[in-house]
Design a protein around this ligand. Structure first.
Ligand SMILES: Cc1ncc(COP(=O)(O)O)c(C=O)c1O
Length: 479
């Protein structure tokens, strides 16, 4: 016991010394940066012709105090000193002092068209002025128009939509439909995935940090086909064998279905190894199951295609959507075939707000903007350009273990030892914070919390990408 106390005292002393060293390093960096600003050598944000309205709301400290007192203590924020975002225009955000930030996170892969895109705003405002909530029990054209437009963007016979308010709800519903359709309970999900936080979706999620200790039954988690950290590298078919093993050894041989993200978002931008999805879909269907594509993050042009699964040459039986679908409006959807959709007629099934005219008017506007503003093409070209530039940074900095992703869904994983792939968490947090200080907001994720998630609005330009990478480069050089 005494030894433990002495040891923990030593550890405490060591931690204090490390903290004070870090503080003095930060002060030195700040002073050096101020000098560089004065000498005009720091990367510059591309110009943008917009001035936010003067802010007259409460201060950062007042908001923080209210959050602490009146909001759930589970609500966390990014950054040591959180940002207070009061306005947004396209790929830029403004804080209470009118300072502009480049948004490299897009409201967590959600604001695909850009903040306050005028077409989306107009659609919402003109709908909200007419009728906000007639209830789905009466007819209104908005939900029908959006369902028709969405069906036109889907492959195969994926033509029928049920609207929800979130990705969690969409995935809950999709898994229930698979269970009803097949009469089986066993679902297969992938380790390191994120599918939501209600009972079923928390079960499907494959990371302990997002799971509470509550009943989560009927799910088997298979190996993650992760080309960087997985045991089989990029050999998709080898990982697919694990799915067949689960069917053979953990179920009756029949399953309800398989749910996966084409690119794991929360899991740290991990794209399924090539060849994995076609092989798994084949085996799951052989076992009587349905294949569910969770497109909550990778959908709506983010990857350069309309859907993340397109790059893998598969057509799912059910597709779930949220986030980018409404450019920030609370909207989700389950799209499937008329035959599978029929299962919900066995009982009454209803969602008060799902498919409300305001959210679906926004959804329709989003689909039009994706075409009008060429967002698929832009995500593809600007994304490839940025990924190339980040890959070049990997040559420069040993700490970058991997650069990956597709379109404007890019991950940069930091490791303190490339061989052992030791997660470099402290450095990830530090660079994230320093980038914010220089006006660039990006996200963080991955099981170990050591992956930068870059998922900006899809109107991002090459100049924006240059600024983001230059700011990352600058801060990596100071590590
Ligand atoms: C892939 C994926 N599926 C589902 C969800 C859950 O969506 P929501 O937060 O809208 O419930 C998320 C949220 O991050 C997600 O990334």
């Amino acid at each position: 016991m005494q030894r433990f106390v002495a040891r923990s005292g030593l550890l405490e002393g060591g931690r204090r010394r490390a903290q004070s060293l870090l503080r003095s390093q930060q002060q030195q960096q700040k002073a050096a940066r101020e000098k560089e600003i004065a000498n005009d050598v720091l990367p510059k944000m591309p110009p943008f012709d917009y001035s936010p309205a003067p802010y007259t709301g409460p201060s950062v400290d007042e908001i923080l105090a209210k959050r602490r007192q009146f909001l759930s203590p589970s609500m966390f924020y990014l950054y040591k000193k959180p940002v207070n975002i009061v306005e947004g225009r396209m790929q830029y955000l403004f804080d209470e002092g009118g300072r502009r930030y480049l948004d490299g996170f897009g409201g967590i892969a959600t604001v695909n068209c850009g903040h306050c895109h005028p077409d989306v705003v107009d659609a919402i405002v003109s709908q909200v002025k007419r009728i906000q909530h007639p209830t789905i029990l009466y007819l209104n054209h908005a939900v029908a128009d959006f369902a028709e437009a969405l069906a036109s963007k889907m492959p195969g016979n994926l033509k029928v939509a049920f609207f929800t308010n979130s990705g969690t709800e969409a995935n809950e519903l999709a898994m229930m439909m698979a269970r009803l359709y097949t009469g089986c309970q066993d679902m297969i999900s992938v380790r390191n995935s994120y599918h939501g936080n209600a009972a079923g979706t928390m079960g499907a999620t494959g990371q302990r940090s997002w799971k509470f200790s509550v009943v989560q039954s009927g799910i088997h988690h298979v190996l993650n086909p992760d080309p960087y950290r997985g045991p089989f590298g990029s050999d998709g078919e080898k990982y697919a064998k694990d799915v067949q093993d689960i069917v053979d050894f953990a179920t009756t041989g029949h399953v309800a279905g398989f749910i996966s993200e084409a690119i794991q978002g929360v899991g740290g931008i991990v794209e399924a190894a090539p060849g994995y999805l076609p092989a798994v879909y084949k085996n799951v269907r052989k076992a009587g199951g349905l294949c569910i594509a969770d497109e909550v993050q990778s959908g709506f042009a983010r990857t350069g295609n309309m859907w993340g699964f397109e790059a893998h040459g598969v057509v799912p039986d059910i597709v779930t959507m949220a986030k980018g679908i409404g450019n920030g409006m609370p909207l989700g959807a389950v799209v499937t075939t008329p035959e599978i959709a029929e299962v919900l007629t066995r009982r009454s099934y209803f969602n008060t707000f799902g498919g409300n005219p305001v959210s679906t008017a926004a959804g329709l506007a989003v689909l039009k903007v994706i075409d009008k503003d060429n967002l698929r093409e832009n995500a593809s070209t600007v994304g490839a350009y940025m990924k190339d530039r980040l890959t070049a940074l990997k040559e420069k900095y040993e700490i970058i273990g991997d650069v990956r992703g597709r379109g404007l869904m890019i991950g940069v994983e930091l490791v303190s030892d490339r061989q052992k792939k030791t997660p470099a968490n402290a450095e990830t947090l530090h660079v994230l914070d320093q980038m914010k200080e220089m006006g660039v907001l990006i996200g963080k994720g991955g099981f170990y919390g050591n992956v930068f998630r870059i998922t900006p609005p899809l109107c991002f330009t090459k100049e924006d990408a240059d600024f983001l990478v230059d700011v990352m480069d600058y801060n990596m050089s100071k590590l």
